[in-house]
Ligand binder design. Structure first.
Ligand SMILES: *[C@@H]1O[C@H](CO)[C@@H](O)[C@H](O)[C@H]1NC(C)=O
Ligand SMILES: *[C@@H]1O[C@H](CO)[C@@H](O)[C@H](O)[C@H]1NC(C)=O
Ligand SMILES: CC(=O)N[C@H]1CO[C@H](CO)[C@@H](O)[C@@H]1O
Length: 307
């Protein structure tokens, strides 16, 4: 301890001898844009991949919602990854509805890939939005893969919960602090706060309806919880169009619609329809199927005032 503090003092002295204060490391480009460094996380629009793990290039894989893998999605500018977890043989997997229908592998393998991206891209803020339909235990099943992959060390823990939309740190602050992953869970984190970095989604983010089959995407506040008011939440548009197969009630996503659904005009129109619920603000997250099709990132840049 003594040696360490002596060294620190010596370094400080050398620094002051060489003139003035040594500035702490500051990110100058955040998520690819200098303009975003000084912007609150709550005032940025991010591109999201719905069912990010459910990728396949096989058109016959009806349970897929993406065509390209996680590194490719991130490479396309996706900065929110959504996925649905199921317990399979006592271990958490990402699966679509059931692991028999589509098994995307273990959450730990998935998070290892995400960690590789974060290590290679130190100036990126990333959001993980996972769903927990089986109510898997946070300390017993969710925390272990986050710890093993190293993502837990990068996850932001707010000083108190819920965080108002206007109270989030800037992207630059998140990057500079090394805590640049925001983790939301749809169910479980509201009642169990024993894993502090796993945040209760609906207390801070509201969502538009899902399984939408109307291509005009009429906006409404579908899922939200208190105590914060609607405009003090961030929000996500679930901008994926589903097809009711032969009116059977079976809903699947359709890549043939994706060029239209993922166009700038369709996304921006959906956002405009929601601003009435958000004091005129753009959505924080634009969640898409088939992120490699259409122009999702262009729409997001436009909503961020960057285009
Ligand atoms: C960042 O934002 C703060 C407060 O909003 C402002 O005072 C400061 O000038 C901004 N810095 C830059 C580099 O834009
Ligand atoms: C960020 O703030 C600007 C200015 O108030 C607003 O136009 C924009 O919609 C906001 N974006 C988000 C995602 O809150
Ligand atoms: C976070 C999330 O993905 N919310 C919903 C968006 O829509 C899909 C279906 O299209 C739902 O499964 C998700 O829960």
């Amino acid at each position: 301890m003594r040696v360490a503090s002596f060294l620190l003092t010596a370094v400080a002295l050398v620094a002051s001898v060489h003139g003035a204060i040594v500035p702490s490391k500051r990110a100058t480009v955040c998520n690819g844009h200098a303009e975003l460094c000084n912007r609150s996380y709550g005032n940025v629009t991010f591109l999201g991949a719905h069912d990010s793990f459910a990728f396949s290039d096989d058109p016959l894989a009806l349970a897929r919602d993406q065509e390209v893998d996680i590194p490719s999605q991130l490479g396309l500018g996706v900065r929110l990854l959504q996925a649905q977890a199921h317990v399979n043989d006592g271990v958490l997997h990402f699966c679509h509805t059931s692991c028999l229908l589509f098994d995307g592998g273990t959450v730990e393998d998935y998070l290892n890939k995400v960690h590789d991206f974060l290590t290679a891209n130190p100036n990126e803020v990333l959001t993980l939005l996972f769903t927990n339909p089986e109510g898997a235990s946070l300390p017993d099943l969710w925390d272990p893969p986050f710890q093993a992959s190293g993502i837990a060390d990068l996850a932001y823990v707010p000083p108190s919960i819920p965080v108002k939309q206007s109270d989030w740190p800037t992207l630059g602050e998140l990057i500079d602090s090394g805590k640049r992953v925001i983790v939301f869970l749809d169910a479980g984190a509201d009642t169990d706060r024993s894993v502090p970095y796993i945040l209760p989604e609906f207390e801070m983010v509201w969502e538009t309806p899902f399984s939408v089959t109307d291509p005009t995407f009429p906006c409404s506040v579908d899922r939200i919880s208190g105590p914060l008011g609607t405009t003090d939440h961030m929000y996500m548009i679930n901008h994926s169009l589903n097809k009711n197969v032969f009116d059977s009630g079976i809903i699947v996503s359709d890549p043939l619609d994706a060029p239209t659904t993922n166009s700038v005009s369709s996304i921006v129109a959906n956002a405009a329809g929601c601003e009435q619920f958000a004091a005129g603000r753009a959505p924080n997250f634009v969640l898409l199927d088939f992120v490699n099709i259409g122009h999702g990132l262009d729409a997001v840049n436009q909503l961020n005032g960057l285009a």
